[in-house]
Design a protein around this ligand. Structure first.
Ligand code: B3K
Ligand code: ZN
Length: 874
């Protein structure tokens, strides 16, 4: 396969002004008539070169230039390219292709999902529909006529506004849609199906009424309210916080069951994975409600950050994704708790993005090459990209950042631009120099900050030394220091926040500062202190970096109860727990657990005056995945055992406190997804889970009762998960059976049922995983099902996956090979846990590598899987 380089970017030789599409949809295929108004690009130096259009899996029926059919020698159909050697400066090209959506299992381009037609064009799916210059810097106005059987497909949708509709012969009908905004083809969408419509309206800040519509299968009609409410909140928030008003008269959301990722921001017609949009309290957990709100917001926010201003090329993906993730994260923080959202974001970064950044696929947020762009929809592009934009906001302050965002949208409206254009707008609006900051876009790897300190009693000066280094990553060594905003505070022995005086005579110094690191080493001096303070470092996770500081357990215990910054209280708790668990890895079973952890947890559980949402986060021990990320030569079963040992130790010591916590948090009144209720449900589910870890009879009864009496999925799933992870085998089988009986008609709930088993180190043994794959409800062509069994096993059931005999690795390799022929995008995601083989202890490494080699040797390997496997084996 071919590698594509950013350095080889050239402006397109030809531009497309308008696209006129006509889709004839049938059961055995679809005919696509496309007429493009094309002209030579005045900005291209290439001149009168042949016209090249991209294609993939198309059957070409005819090509005409200015209405004249082209003869065989006048064009060349190379499969992946349609080439017309000689074209005038300005012309109309008409192409007819035949495609087979019903056989499209890759779910790219036009395909069928539960009987309806739908599309996914980002990044390069439009070329599976018709021949086209499939690159985001070719922006055109689209008119789309959809024709299909009227009774099977009463609803026919595309981007923009409907301008015409009517009946045709043979029981068929058509609707024509027109999108007034020029767009790249990756934002094209089409839907045809037998769907129910849910309507609402939103009045924009300038008083325009927008028609809001959701289209879902009839059985899901009652699961739309939450997404619709989330949409309205997002629309209002984007006006209030970013000054962005919606531009079309209609905004549509469609739910489909078979979808490669979460959702897609097609202009005016967002298409969602059903699991990321449909919710009722009976079928969706609190976490799902929150995820839906965030994804609805994310896709809506793309209307400006992505659609009105789009990417010049796919190397600029983080331009829209990083900025939009930041926007949705700010939105979620505003809808709930700032601290809790920050804890969730930092956890994802530190657990999964840091791992990616240290692995074989490590890449900067603006990569400089790729083989398959689908492999670059990563945590780095999305989450680290958002952290980078967040740092710009921290450096500029909220007002100047908003000024920069306004300038960016105004300057580039209707254009396809680069991450550099974004940074330039921020610089121009603020007057700040971000030249060194741009290294965040070019250099991969997670910066490491080594922090040491020293107190000069005589002078009353506290000296903080911070050394920055960035590890080598594939293709990048000897990196330059980056520009890092580093937020900190200092506490005295009573926990009082001290003024941070950077000079002896500084008056009214603040108690929190953002230091700017630009050199490999900095020494900061804080004056006017009488004793050595306790530092509270990298508050709010002010940069996506690792901080190493020789904290003592006393200091961490002190910060857990005294840091005025909620985020860093949580962080101190995590560091303490990590330290304690790490010290037990590989140690004899009777090695004592530091009793101070029990004291700290007892205090947390029983203090109802504390913010319960924060308490709930603080009670969660660092995950196995995080502990693995922190380790080198990771021995997963040993890490699993040490963590479980601490968990059980805590559960035994705090048994009565857990029961009290459970009872104190029981009963919410009417179910609502408020931060307060979410925290209560989560706390009592944590209490249940811990009680069942130690075979507590009262816990077992509470769990069985909660399972039976629950009126919402959070409670039901909390009880189910606790029982599934317990040693009460008969109860486990009983509740799993009941659960399936009750919800078997609901695919989204069946997915949860699969994953609670596959992710369990107790219930998810390999034999069980094979049973799940053989289950009637399992379907290899449905990405959610694959993720909920194979993905959950390899990604969450770490001790099962890393079984010492290597059976988990062989299993994953087999499934990846099998899936590669069906859906290469999903197969390439699934192979990631194996690709990280270098991270693990020698006994595991060799077996992982061998499994990876069997994938490498599969015949007809897709370029998606090829890229991941080869980069990991070099
Ligand atoms: N932009 C889409 C992701 C498309 C992924 C293509 N493989 C969803 C989003 O980020 O909003
Ligand atoms: Zn996005």
């Amino acid at each position: 396969p071919q590698t594509i380089y950013l350095s080889e970017y050239r402006v397109p030789a030809y531009l497309v002004d308008t696209v006129d599409l006509r889709f004839e949809l049938f059961e055995d295929g679809a005919r696509v008539h496309s007429t493009l108004a094309i002209r030579r690009n005045p900005e291209s130096e290439e001149g009168a070169v042949p016209l090249e259009l991209d294609g993939d899996s198309l059957v070409l029926e005819s090509v005409a230039l200015n209405g004249q059919d082209l003869a065989a020698g006048e064009f060349e159909d190379r499969g992946d390219k349609l080439i017309v050697a000689s074209v005038p400066e300005k012309f109309e090209l008409s192409v007819v292709t035949w495609i087979e959506p019903q056989n499209n299992t890759r779910l790219e381009g036009l395909y069928k999902s539960s009987g309806m037609f739908c599309t996914q064009c980002e990044a390069e799916g439009f070329r599976c529909i018709t021949f086209f210059p499939d690159r985001p810097d070719v922006m055109a106005r689209y008119k789309t006529r959809v024709e299909a059987d009227k009774s099977a497909y009463p609803v026919l949708l595309s981007n923009g506004n409907p301008i015409e509709s009517g009946d045709l012969d043979d029981g068929r009908h058509f609707v024509t849609w027109e999108d007034p905004f020029p767009k790249p083809c990756y934002l094209f969408a089409l839907v045809a199906g037998d769907l129910v419509e849910k309507r609402d309206t939103f009045t924009t800040c300038s008083g325009r009424d927008i028609d809001l519509r959701m289209y879902v299968e009839p059985r899901n009609a009652e699961k739309c309210d939450h997404a619709m409410d989330s949409l309205k909140r997002s629309m209002r928030w984007d006006e209030d916080v970013y000054g962005r008003e919606y531009d079309l008269d209609i905004f549509m959301i469609v739910a489909v069951d078979d979808f490669n990722m979460g959702a897609m921001e097609n202009k005016g017609l967002n298409i969602f994975n059903s699991s990321c949009v449909l919710a009722s309290k009976e079928t969706a957990t609190d976490a799902a409600f929150q995820r839906i709100e965030a994804i609805v917001a994310h896709e809506y926010f793309h209307n400006w950050s992505g659609n009105r201003v789009t990417c010049r090329d796919w190397f600029q993906l983080s331009l829209k994704e990083g900025f939009t993730v930041l926007r949705d994260s700010q939105f979620s923080a505003d809808m709930g708790s700032d601290t809790v959202k920050r804890i969730e974001d930092a956890t994802l970064m530190r657990t999964a993005q840091f791992a990616e950044d240290a692995g074989p696929m490590s890449h900067p947020i603006r990569p400089s090459s790729y083989i398959e762009i689908s492999n670059f929809y990563t945590l780095t592009i999305y989450e680290k990209g958002a952290e980078v934009v967040r740092m710009i906001r921290t450096l500029l302050g909220p007002e100047l950042f908003r000024k920069g965002s306004d300038l960016y949208f105004e300057r580039h409206d209707g254009q396809a631009v680069t991450t550099d254009d974004f940074v330039k707008a921020m610089e121009d609006a603020s007057g700040r120099d971000l030249s060194q900051f741009r290294l965040w876009y070019e250099q991969a790897g997670t910066p490491v900050l080594e922090v040491t300190d020293q107190f000069d009693q005589g002078q009353g000066v506290y000296r903080l030394t911070i050394r920055q280094s960035i590890p080598d990553t594939p293709g990048q060594a000897d990196k330059k220091p980056q520009h890092i905003p580093f937020a900190l505070g200092l506490l005295d022995e009573h926990g009082k926040a001290l003024p941070l005086r950077l000079s002896v005579d500084e008056q009214d110094a603040p108690t929190e500062r953002v230091l700017e690191l630009t050199d490999a080493e900095h020494v900061f001096e804080f004056h006017g202190l009488t004793e050595k303070p306790v530092p509270s470092l990298l508050r709010h996770f002010s940069a996506p970096v690792r901080v190493h500081y020789p904290w003592t357990r006393e200091q961490l215990l002190f910060l857990i109860s005294h840091d005025p910054d909620g985020f860093n209280r949580w962080d101190a708790g995590q560091r303490l727990a990590v330290d304690i668990i790490q010290s037990l890895v590989g140690q004899p079973k009777d090695t004592p657990v530091d009793p101070r952890l029990v004291t700290a947890y007892r205090h947390l559980i029983s203090d109802s005056a504390l913010d319960q949402a924060l308490v709930d986060k603080m009670l969660q021990l660092p995950s196995e995945a995080y502990l693995v990320e922190l380790a080198s030569d990771a021995d997963v079963p040993a890490i699993h055992a040490a963590r479980e040992r601490v968990l059980k130790h805590l559960a035994i010591a705090l048994r009565d406190d857990l029961v009290a916590c459970y009872r104190r948090n029981a009963g919410d009144g009417d179910y609502a997804v408020t931060p307060e209720q979410v925290a209560r449900r989560s706390l009592r589910n944590t209490a249940l889970a811990w009680l069942l870890m130690i075979n507590d009879e009262e816990g077992r009864e509470l769990a069985l009762r909660q399972f039976r009496e629950a009126d919402n999925m959070t409670d039901r799933m909390g009880a189910l998960r606790a029982l599934v992870n317990s040693e009460y085998e008969a109860d486990r089988d009983q509740v799993l059976g009941d659960f399936y009986q009750r919800f078997q008609a609901d695919p989204q709930v069946v997915e949860q049922w699969f994953s609670v088993q596959a992710a369990s180190s107790v219930a998810g043994r390999l034999g069980k995983i094979h049973d799940l794959l053989a289950h009637d409800a399992f379907d290899w062509r449905n990405p959610n099902k694959v993720r909920s069994v194979v993905g959950a096993f390899a990604g969450q059931n770490l001790s099962g996956f890393h079984a010492e005999d290597g059976s988990g690795y062989e299993f994953l390799a087999d499934q990846v090979c099998r899936l590669d022929d069906i859906n290469p995008q999903i197969a390439a995601r699934l192979v990631t846990p194996l690709a990280r083989w270098r991270k693990f202890a020698p006994a595991y490494r060799g077996k992982m590598k061998a499994a990876l080699e069997t994938v490498r040797d599969k015949s007809g390997l897709s370029k998606d899987v090829y890229e991941v496997v080869h980069k990991s084996l070099v």
